[in-house]
Design a binder for this molecule. Structure first.
Ligand code: NAP
Length: 482
């Protein structure tokens, strides 16, 4: 099965920070793949802009080298790369001065969709907004895309929102959380709201608990400086895990429309209980199995930054009161996996007697690897010898179900095309980001006030033992990270 491609209108997209890691590794390859799939109209123009004084030929060479190094994946042919390079322009600009902005303005065409992708350090977001605005480049058809992190606490997020609001309307601002662009994450909404099967059971009466896991095997690697200032709570929980929690817990929006969806997500965040000190575990990986420890990687023996967090979260609303949501994320864990597991309660009465083996029904939505869904159900164990029960998995791999040649687009492909189309459904609204920080800040504040180091866990393990106890205490256990 081949994905249906709906071409977008002609556009000018300015990638600010075009020589940087994200632009070269994600944004430009994503655009090239969209061209290869036929979604980009012939009039589309992509203007790279950065501080480096590069000629257009040198910029094209840089992009071509990165695409050829298989960063674009198998879906890009040599002809696609040639066609993509023809769409590129390059302008040397400085976010901190007026250099290059007039030249950039001269390349932009009036009356078509115009987008500025801020792929630079967050400290420059304000400068870029100011320059775009003061050079008269913000037309009514202009959108800006702002990369993460969007602030590092509530105050800084508020200040950033206020600063962007001086130059752009909320309808022009696209705050990226690339998790929302993942096909399986969008599938959460399809599974919940396009099937009658689950929704009647989707509440505290039938759901025992929910586990959300985003586990990585990698350490901080080349991002040590950034990560050490951030930690798992800011880097993963405040945005990605929070978004997954919202999509699982929100009420059905009345329409699949940007504000209807975001209103419902915001209500979930506002209904989150404050995290009790005993309901959160923070960890930091130590050297093990030949892998370096966190402090070796960041080069600071005194760092208390957490590379792992596990939390028990309550939602105070009619649907969810009494159903805990357990969240965990970490680096250097045993396996790379992202999944959401919804565990249902036991039937009210067993007709098979007290001794029957029993396992709860669990719906697992796998985001990676091998995107798909599994539903664990009880069946009769085959053969004579009475009614013995056994739990089996109804397993659906999306790739198999949709055909092995089905290409699942990268999150950036989907999100950039949504910007061009003017669809904000998968982007965070300003109030949503602020509410998420308002909930996260007290947890981080308590850690900052406490001189105790995070709990150590061996690199390559399942995380700190205290995280296991967080669930054992409630007579539950984490699913294996495999
Ligand atoms: P990066 O590799 O350091 O690239 C930064 C870019 O900004 C370069 O193109 C640089 O141009 C340009 N730049 C720096 N100072 C400038 C100035 N004064 N005026 C104009 N351009 C300037 O950073 P990155 O890793 O690509 O990250 C970009 C953004 O994406 C950040 O907000 C980051 O948090 C976010 N992000 C990155 C990743 C990732 O995987 N890299 C993941 C998630 C989010 P020159 O080199 O030519 O000076």
């Amino acid at each position: 099965m081949v994905a249906r491609v709906i071409p977008v209108d002609p556009f000018d997209l300015v990638v600010l920070g075009a020589t940087g890691d994200l632009a070269q590794r994600k944004i430009l390859p994503a655009l090239c793949r969209r061209l290869a799939e036929g979604q980009m109209p012939p009039e589309a123009q992509i203007i790279g802009a950065a501080r480096s004084a590069l000629s257009l030929a040198a910029f094209k060479e840089m992009v071509a080298d990165n695409l050829a190094a298989d960063r674009g994946g198998a879906r890009i042919s040599a002809d696609d790369i040639t066609a993509f390079l023809d769409r590129l322009e390059y302008v040397t600009i400085d976010a901190r001065s007026g250099d290059g902005w007039q030249e950039l303005g001269a390349r932009l065409r009036p009356d078509i969709t115009r987008a500025f992708y801020f792929s630079v350090a967050p400290a420059l977001f304000g400068d870029l907004a100011q320059r775009v605005s003061e050079h008269g480049l913000a037309t009514p058809q202009t959108r800006i895309v702002v990369e993460k992190p969007f602030g590092h606490d509530l105050d800084s997020a508020r200040a950033l929102n206020a600063m962007l609001a001086q130059h752009f309307t909320e309808a022009q601002i696209y705050r990226i959380d690339h998790y929302l662009g993942k096909e399986t994450v969008q599938n959460l909404m399809a599974v919940r709201f396009a099937n009658i099967l689950f929704e009647p059971l989707w509440n505290a009466r039938f759901v025992d608990h929910v586990q959300i896991t985003v586990a990585e095997t990698v350490g901080v690697g080349g991002r040590a400086d950034y990560y050490d200032q951030s930690g798992a709570m800011r880097d993963m929980v405040q945005n990605h895990l929070m978004q997954l929690l919202c999509l699982i817990a929100m009420e059905p929006p009345h329409r699949f429309d940007p504000d209807a969806v975001r209103d419902e997500k915001l209500k979930v965040i506002r209904a989150l209980d404050p995290v009790a000190p005993g309901d959160v575990v923070r960890g930091q990986y130590g050297a093990a199995a030949g892998l370096p420890g966190y402090i070796d990687e960041v080069g600071d023996a005194r760092s208390h930054t957490e590379s792992y967090v596990a939390l028990k979260v309550g939602i105070s609303n009619w649907r969810w009161k009494g159903t805990p949501f357990y969240l965990r994320t970490g680096k250097r864990l045993a396996a790379r996996t992202s999944e959401i597991a919804v565990t249902f309660r036991d039937p009210p009465h067993s007709i098979f007697g007290e001794d029957a083996e029993w396992r709860e029904n669990v719906l697992v939505i796998r985001l990676q690897p091998n995107e798909g869904m599994t539903l664990r159900v009880m069946i009769k164990e085959p053969g004579p010898g009475g009614m013995r029960l056994k739990d089996v998995a109804l397993d659906m791999s999306f790739a198999k179900a949709l055909g092995d040649d089905m290409q699942i687009p990268d999150a950036y492909e989907r999100l950039i095309m949504d910007v061009i189309r003017g669809n904000q459904t998968l982007f965070m609204r300003g109030d949503e980001v602020e509410a998420a920080w308002a909930w996260t800040d007290p947890v981080i504040g308590a850690w900052t006030a406490d001189a105790t180091a995070p709990l150590s866990y061996p690199a390559g393990s399942d995380g700190p033992e205290a995280a296991a106890r967080l669930l054992q205490r409630d007579e539950r256990q984490w699913r294996e990270v495999r």
